[in-house]
Design a protein around this ligand. Structure first.
Ligand code: NAD
Length: 440
């Protein structure tokens, strides 16, 4: 990256570098459009009054800030950082910080709104926020990443806070980055403020069970769906796209529940074994070899084959827009559990519905992560920490209740689970707006 590049330039360069899909249905790829398509549909069904529609559609705050740092070679570089607070009617903004070349304001706006709906679906007292810095972490040293994090945090001092806006890890950020945010914020406040971020190391106020929370939440949601559809647990076949934090842990926990994981994939490729892949063994392989590619106890298949396998459950846990108009019709799974954010395009929704696939939407399926982030924030504010069993038990309760609440809306209005989850979330946020009234 050279001096004087704008965020748009950086994003465009990234598109070229990454060779992103040149789909003629470009709207399918735009996360903001994808979110709005679902939002508009739910608003119509809810007969949301036009004024409330406008309020819920508009982010409360959008920050674009320069993030100047000194590179290790002494040169000054300026990055662009965004933080969007979508809605704080139900509580402080909550949402991740990502470091990625593809970060755009549109994407951050969509992801912030998604967080509002996700927190409302699981009924935790947070609003939605998201942020990111346009940068390529693979070209930055650890010290440079630390400087970006600290300078970005300093630029957001008026926005961040346990009562106002609480970041968490996201694409290319982790526990270490959260520790730097907490430290920078605390230095400005002149006292330690652990509750300003979640996803921290356990030694400094992180929560037991946070690392496994999203995968565990997926497992709980899948079990609820299986029960609802009257399928057996034992022997139910699962294919998983993505074998990182969410995919590998969900696979491990599902296997423990008696399901058979027949296929998994990562960025290096997909593997299949009709008799079942022993998940611990595959995790060990990835730990030692970095990628799944070359794993000996399964056959290599293509990504398209993984999506069209004769399985009961498909768990996309990797990237956005994995299920599109192009491949939705080939899916044979009875249940799709969206571990990733936005893995299904709005165009694919229709096809899946026509084929009778039961989709557990992202804002419900992967909400286990933000739920345990909420537990972390609660524990930090109390200064009293729970054991892992307590965390898991409370997560289980929230996921089961949320699944049932969405299912009730779906049954009452004869809509699918995605539309129902948006309706439930939007109605919960709108209800608080109506109670609070408008400050003027
Ligand atoms: P991760 O980086 O740990 O793992 C991502 C996995 O996906 C890796 O195995 C990677 O190799 C694989 N992958 C990448 N591109 C792929 C492709 N084209 N095909 C197949 N596999 C591919 O990330 P994660 O934390 O597991 O997150 C995965 C998804 O879940 C993201 O969409 C993320 O936003 C979402 N999510 C994560 C959390 C969380 O707590 N980690 C919470 C909510 C949502």
């Amino acid at each position: 990256m050279s001096h004087g590049t704008t965020a748009d330039d950086q994003a465009r360069t990234a598109q070229d570098i990454l060779g992103r899909d040149k789909d003629p249905h470009l709207d399918e790829d735009n996360p903001f459009e994808a979110m709005m398509a679902r939002f508009d549909h739910a608003a119509e069904l809810l007969e949301l009054e036009p004024g409330m529609y406008r309020v819920l559609r508009h982010p409360e705050k959008q920050i674009i800030t320069a993030v100047p740092i000194q590179r290790d070679n002494g040169e000054l570089e300026v990055f662009t950082g965004y933080r969007v607070i979508h809605n704080t009617a139900r509580g402080p903004g909550k949402g991740g910080m990502r470091f990625d070349l593809r970060v755009t304001l549109d994407e951050v706006k969509a992801l912030a709104a998604w967080m509002t709906w996700k927190c409302a679906v699981v009924n935790i007292p947070f609003g939605g926020a998201k942020g990111g810095v346009v940068c390529d972490p693979t070209t930055l040293s650890v010290r440079e990443l630390e400087r970006i994090t600290r300078r970005f945090t300093a630029a957001l001092m008026d926005t961040l806070g346990p009562e106002s806006d609480i970041p968490a890890p996201d694409v290319n950020t982790n526990e270490r980055v959260m520790a730097w945010i907490m430290d920078t914020y605390s230095m400005h406040q002149r006292h330690p403020v652990t509750a300003v971020v979640t996803g921290k190391p356990v030694e400094m106020g992180g929560s037991a069970g946070r690392r496994e929370a999203t995968g565990r939440g997926c497992m709980i949601a899948i079990k609820e769906a299986i029960r609802h559809l009257g399928l057996p647990l034992r022997g139910t076949k699962v294919a998983v796209q993505g074998f990182g934090n969410v995919g590998s842990i969900a696979a491990q926990l599902l296997e423990k529940e008696g399901l058979t994981i027949v296929a998994v994939s990562d960025v290096s490729g997909s593997i299949y074994n009709p008799h079942g892949i022993y998940v611990d063994d595959a995790i060990k392989w990835v730990r030692e070899n970095r990628y799944l590619g070359g794993y000996p106890n399964a056959e290599a298949i293509t990504a398209e084959q993984l999506f069209s396998l004769d399985v009961d459950v498909l768990l996309p846990a990797a990237v956005e827009n994995a299920i599109t108009r192009k491949n939705a019709g080939n899916i044979k799974a009875k249940i799709i559990c969206e571990g990733a954010n936005g893995p299904t395009t709005a165009g694919a929704d229709r096809i899946l519905e026509e084929h009778g696939v039961f989709v557990i939407p992202d804002i419900l399926a992967n909400a286990g992560g933000v739920t345990v982030s909420y537990f972390e924030w609660v524990q930090d504010r109390m200064g009293y920490f729970w054991g892992e069993e307590t965390v898991n038990e409370r997560l289980n309760t929230i996921m089961q209740q949320s699944f049932q609440a969405v299912l009730s809306v779906a049954q009452e209005h004869s809509v699918n689970m995605r539309v129902a989850s948006y309706m439930l979330a939007m109605e919960r946020v709108a209800a608080v707006h109506r109670l609070r009234g408008l400050y003027a």
